[in-house]
Design a protein around this ligand. Structure first.
Ligand code: ADP
Ligand code: MG
Length: 650
């Protein structure tokens, strides 16, 4: 079944070359029980590792059951180790903090053939540990641990068992029991290759090969071999592993369970490495929520301010930073407004505007606020429909009537919240009648829209501010898509009327003005999100660091898993799952913390905060990506470990 010829393996130890194997040729038939004996350092383990496909020879041929295995790929090797071979090591090599049953079931995960854990149960019964199945490995004696290892080597119904000094760490009684189990396995038809330095142990075998300095010294049947009645014959099972199926879900769950266990064993470390992700994700969540809130608040304000509004005003020319007084040619008159309304297409409403901050007085109460002179169109354009009373009319504008409409702030300050309709109010010492109170608009940024009063534009010009020109026009256009065209037409008209070159007047879209305001918010959220992404990257590096430590720490475990038939992908998956669990954990905490920060910002920071489902998906997406991106390198490092180097790692 096994045929090797001229195997050579040389280790380079600095200057010295150690010929661990120096031309070994041998054949082992199916069902044989062979002991390889020799003093320490004679090359026994090296030979066994090569025969067990854990290591590759420098030179020589190697056939298993007629198949040349010297050029096998990693995955083919893993499959053979998993299905054809079973290993028993001197140090048992069981997983810590894991039950006997799970240890025995480990090779089943990598077999992918859907075999259930009842085989693991059966094998534990076979080695006499039926009553210790759920015990963790640290609750078992050395002899019991070795039996668990033997049960593990048997679960995939192998053809050959390799045992390297299986009794080396055991007392003589346990050793005798283990050798008993070995003989029974041989009786069941298994091929056994046993490595030992102890001739008593070797005497259990039926053939003894003596090895010294990497060369076979003698190879002969053992005259003292106990008579064992043959009962069975184990054959190399030519089953091909199935692809992914239902059992791989179970496999996935087993991987998750193992990852959770190893993360749980290092709670503080896990929590610390999740911290970076947590900070990053919470920053993302809070930033997005604050950004969305600001956007929603601005949109709300926009809708209250009126839509499709243009503002026309004379360009302020500044020389040397000092803004110059406007020349007469660039002063807007009421006639300009009328011309715009009559001559420009798509203009729906026009209101002249002139304003200033003045003193209001009722009885002995004073209040200073911004008073704006406007046309009646203003009411519809800006949604200033009075909650009580009315807005002024065209007739009142014509007659420069002494009437005013107040915002809620001056009403509160001057009238103690009492109905002011019909009451007299002094504005700059002249008496006006209050005819309406505006609805509450709230404040935007530093401006309180409710701290305002409105009078007819003509009244404001002649009686309040003493001017014969207006400051600007607010113009409403029918449809949003007509804005640009109307803007050009209005400018052309006004420039023609005043006979001035372009640049004398300026038109602004109110939406643009709002955009300028909100861009401050954008810069802010850009800043925050760059902090967030830095935190995410730092968190990712933290995960990578921890995973690298974990890989180094668990090198032996990785070696063992490979010996039991884990492929590169299996190891890779395991470490990726761990990285993902950490970042997922960090992500969840981050969402909670981010939500908390957002809540505090709303409660005590006066910010509008808006949480969306998208930001939560985004946070999960980010943490998953970070977990994979930064987990992949440690996982690859683990997956690429050579099984025997990993097993020997101290
Ligand atoms: P045995 O199992 O018979 O005690 P080994 O097969 O482990 O012997 O080792 C055979 C020889 O090869 C020894 O001299 C040992 O020092 C050397 N050797 C084994 N493994 C390595 C290694 N990874 N690097 C360098 N030398 C090694
Ligand atoms: Mg050895």
């Amino acid at each position: 079944m096994i045929r090797v010829e001229n195997l050579r393996k040389t280790y380079q130890m600095g200057e010295i070359e150690v010929k661990a194997l120096d031309g070994v040729s041998l054949t082992v038939e199916q069902g044989e029980y062979v002991a390889i004996i020799g003093t320490s350092g004679s090359g026994k383990s090296t030979l066994m590792h090569i025969l067990g496909l854990l290591d590759v020879p420098d030179d020589g041929t190697f056939e298993i059951d007629g198949t040349d295995v010297t050029n096998f790929s990693e995955n083919q090797l893993a499959e053979f180790r998993n299905r054809i071979m079973g290993f028993v090591f001197q140090q048992f090599n069981l997983l810590k903090r894991t039950s006997a049953l799970e240890n025995v079931g480990l090779p089943l995960i990598y077999a992918r053939n859907g075999k259930k854990s009842d085989i693991a149960n059966e094998m534990l019964d076979l080695v006499g540990l039926g009553d210790r199945k759920s015990h963790h490995t640290n609750e078992l004696s050395g002899g019991q641990q070795q039996r668990v290892a033997i049960a593990r080597s048997l679960v995939n119904n192998p053809a050959i068992i390799f045992a390297d000094e299986p009794t080396g760490n055991l007392d003589s009684k346990s050793a005798e029991e283990i050798m008993q189990v070995m003989s029974e396995l041989h009786a069941r038809g298994l091929t056994i290759i046993l490595v030992t330095h102890d001739s008593d142990v070797a005497n259990h075998a039926q053939r003894i090969i003596e090895i010294r300095d990497g060369k076979i010294l003698s190879d002969a049947p053992n005259p003292n071999a106990p008579e064992v009645p043959k009962v069975g014959k184990a054959d190399i099972e030519k089953q091909t592993p199935k692809g992914f199926g239902l059992h791989s879900l179970l496999e996935g769950w087993t991987l998750v369970k193992q990852s959770l266990r190893s993360l749980n064993a290092n709670k503080v470390r896990t929590a610390l490495s999740a911290l970076g992700i947590m900070i990053g994700v919470s920053a993302v969540i809070a930033t997005v929520a604050v950004g969305n809130g600001a956007k929603a608040a601005i949109e709300e304000q926009m809708s209250q301010l009126g839509s499709n509004l243009l503002m026309l005003y004379p360009q302020r020319r500044s020389r040397g930073g000092v803004s110059q007084a406007q020349g007469t040619t660039s002063r807007l008159s009421l006639a300009d407004g009328k011309a715009v309304r009559d001559e420009v297409q798509n203009v729906v409403a026009v209101s002249a505007t002139i304003d200033g901050t003045v003193q209001l007085k009722v009885g002995n109460k004073n209040w200073s606020c911004r008073v704006t002179g406007v046309d009646p169109d203003y009411e519809d354009m800006r949604f200033y429909h009075p909650q009580i009373g009315r807005f002024f009319t065209e007739a009142e504008v014509e007659s420069r009537a002494m009437v005013c409409v107040l915002g809620v702030t001056p009403v509160r300050e001057l009238f103690d919240g009492q109905n002011p309709i019909g009451q007299k109010i002094k504005i700059n010492r002249r008496t006006y009648t209050v005819i309406g109170v505006l609805p509450e608009k709230g404040s935007g940024g530093f401006r309180d829209y409710d701290d305002a009063a409105f009078v007819p534009v003509t009244t404001a010009m002649r009686r309040l501010f003493g001017r014969d020109y207006v400051e600007r026009f607010e113009i409403q256009i029918g449809e949003a898509h007509q804005m640009e065209r109307a803007q050009e037409d209005i400018l052309a008209l006004i420039e023609r009327r005043h006979r001035v070159e372009s640049g004398t007047f300026e038109i602004r879209n109110l939406a643009e003005i709002q955009d300028a305001v909100s861009s401050t918010g954008k810069i802010m959220s850009l800043l925050l999100s760059s902090i967030a992404s830095i935190a995410l990257v730092v968190g990712g590096i933290g995960i990578m660091n921890i995973m690298l430590v974990s890989v180094t720490e668990r090198t032996r475990e990785i070696g063992l898993r490979k010996a039991l038939g884990a492929r590169r992908n299996d190891i890779m998956m395991q470490f990726l799952i761990e990285a993902l669990i950490i970042s997922f954990f960090g992500g969840c905490m981050g969402i909670a913390v981010g939500a908390g920060v957002g809540y505090l910002a709303e409660r005590f920071g006066g910010m509008t905060v808006l949480f969306t489902q998208e930001s939560i998906y985004m946070a999960f997406g980010f943490s998953a990506i970070i977990g994979i991106v930064f987990g992949i390198w440690p996982a690859r490092k683990a997956a690429r470990l050579n099984p025997i180097d990993a097993l020997r790692y101290e």
